[in-house]
Design a protein. Structure first.
Length: 85
């Protein structure tokens, strides 16, 4: 419930929470399967976000706390639908 977003970089993922960053050797695909679908949504090939922490959406960027997260073209429609925009 504290996870803000998860970022993938090749064979590593970084789980960013409100208080810390944790890195693991794993795939974003594995995490996507484990996380509850009603809270988490993939917004880019390298990012899964927690919808409840989205502060702002501007163009192809999402803002969560002090983080800018890119939105991939193939994920944008589903994201807008999930956020009710």
């Amino acid at each position: 419930s504290d996870i803000l977003f998860i970022e993938s970089d090749r064979n590593y993922i970084t789980v960013v929470t409100q208080n810390q960053k944790l890195s693991y050797i794993d795939s974003l695909k594995n995490w996507k399967l484990k996380l509850p679908e009603n809270n988490f949504i993939q917004v880019h090939k390298s990012f899964i976000i927690n919808r409840k922490f989205v502060d702002k959406l501007s163009g192809n960027l999402l803002f969560i706390k002090d983080n800018k997260i890119p939105i991939g073209r193939t994920y944008k429609q589903e994201l807008l639908k999930a956020l009710g925009v």
